[in-house]
Design a protein around this ligand. Sequence first.
Ligand SMILES: [Zn+2]
Length: 125
Amino acid sequence: MHIEQGETSGSSRILTGLGRGLRRKCPNCGHGFAFSGYLKLRTACECCDHPIGEYRCDDAPPYFTIFLVGHIVIPGVLAMEQSGSPSMMLQLGIWIPVTIGLCLGLLPFIKGGVLGTQWAMRIKG
Ligand SMILES: [Zn+2]
């Protein structure tokens, strides 16, 4: 059974879906988990039975993740370079793990946010 949550205005619905998605929860009810693994979406919500698996996030989550991480890492690299220009090996030893860690850490939450936005805008498949 599919239960659609009450209608709200467009921007309110986007904020609701985005907030729930960023917490990796079902964008429709906000209670059930939307993910069954690191990035795999459930076929349906365990609480409201909303068909979460019908949403296709495709390349949007990695795109937004790279965009965000780039805007965090690049200023850090430039600031470090301006403040004494440490050795290349030191910079690589710092910034490669930071970049990988930020990408892997943020990607599931950003995918949730994309899912929530798709729910708000009723974009499936
Ligand atoms: Zn739900």
